[in-house]
Write a protein that binds this ligand. Structure first.
Ligand SMILES: Cc1ncc(COP(=O)(O)O)c(C=O)c1O
Length: 369
């Protein structure tokens, strides 16, 4: 880490990795003549005879590189102009793009607040970026603003800060005012990952995107929309930031199938809200049931579709016990501030009942020994 002095004001261009700044983007064939619906397309080396499939399809053609129709649907649901939206092959692709655009390997730092989503660190390390970790405060899993300020003021080359709210694996919202004060004090890029925002009673900060030129909000269709298999992540940011993402992304990063099926799902808002309501009521059921089990020490409050659960003995034993019962949860006991913790996703009512009955059995056995 190099000592001071950083950029005093936000200047997007000054944050961009130099080789990216001067790159001539690849112009995909489908961008150049996208309006030419009735033409013969012999420009992209596609197979004009089609795919060896027995049903009608257009898979022999490349998909829309900028996913314009899908962005329009997302735009109307989220009330954000399409020009402020970028779509990635999952938000994981967007995290990777953010590192590519805004950090220099071997030189720059990214700041993360563990315990948090693992890909911020893994992806940063893949890019050779130094990761500065400032753990969340112990009791409430909130930002340690005092230590964050020290790091921001004392070290240069801090390019990216990742905040996750609601946070994975703790499940809680990060206090909105703390997030805003960090956005205002930091002259690099702030990534606010809202993968679980639809499960929270807080609104998305993306409604205020115009106010924050250094903010990138990440959302995804993998969680509340139940489309993890399609791989569609969403970035909401200033048009200038979106420009750089479009400039360096892979030309056809979202498949025809993913674009089309996502649009169908987005048109079915009634079913979306019905499922969301069920998840929220199951979350309540799971929380109340877990809290009654003697070996459960803490069920951390959740604004997500999962709980971080602290066990009053070794969580690894319970984890193994559940695997033997064919229930897979996530062991987080080796993660900082998560000693003896499991992360448990809210399932269907039957799944939750089966889980609860097995944790109860385990607890009873433990109490007898
Ligand atoms: C906080 C957070 N961000 C991003 C992701 C990845 O989302 P996607 O499926 O869009 O890549 C996850 C996945 O678990 C997550 O927990």
């Amino acid at each position: 880490m190099n000592k001071k002095n950083c950029y005093s004001n936000f200047n997007l261009i000054s944050l961009i990795r130099e080789n990216i700044l001067y790159i001539e983007p690849y112009i995909s064939a489908r961008i150049e003549y996208k309006e030419e619906k009735n033409s013969i397309f012999l420009d992209a080396n596609e197979n004009s005879f089609g795919a060896p499939l027995s049903f009608y399809n257009s898979y022999n053609r490349y998909p829309d590189p900028l996913q314009e129709k899908l962005k329009k649907r997302i735009s109307s649901i989220k009330n954000i102009p399409p020009s402020n939206i970028f779509l990635g092959n999952g938000s994981d692709e967007i995290i990777d793009l953010i590192y590519r655009i805004f950090s220099c390997p071997g030189k720059d730092n990214a700041i993360i607040f563990p315990p948090t989503y693992g890909m911020y660190e893994v992806c940063g390390k893949i890019h050779g970026v130094n990761i500065i970790k400032i753990p969340l405060l112990e009791e409430e899993y909130q930002l340690n603003l005092k230590d964050i300020k020290k790091v921001i003021n004392n070290y240069c080359n801090n390019k990216i800060i990742f905040i996750c709210s609601p946070n994975n694996p703790t499940g809680n919202n990060i206090i909105r005012e703390d997030i805003k004060s960090l956005i205002k004090m930091f002259t690099g890029i702030i990534v606010l990952d809202e993968a679980y925002i639809d499960f929270s009673f807080e609104s998305s900060i993306s409604e205020e995107i115009e106010k924050f030129p250094n903010l990138i909000v990440l959302q995804t269709l993998s969680k509340s929309w139940g489309l993890a298999g399609l791989r569609i992540g969403i970035a909401i940011a200033s048009k200038e930031i979106i420009y750089w993402m479009n400039k360096i992304k892979f030309p056809y990063n979202i498949s025809i199938n993913s674009q089309e099926i996502a649009m169908k799902a987005l048109d079915n808002k009634d079913l979306f809200f019905y499922n969301l309501k069920n998840i929220l009521s199951e979350r309540e059921y799971l929380e109340n049931s877990l809290k009654k089990i003697p070996i459960v020490d803490i069920v951390y409050p959740s604004s997500s579709n999962f709980f971080l659960v602290k066990i009053n003995s070794s969580s690894i034993h319970l984890y193994q016990y559940l695997i033997n019962k064919k229930i897979i949860v996530r062991d987080r006991s080796k993660v900082i501030l998560c000693e003896n913790c499991l992360r448990i996703t809210v399932g269907t009512h039957e799944e939750n009942e089966y889980l609860i009955s097995n944790i109860k059995k385990y607890s009873d056995k433990k109490n007898k020994t």
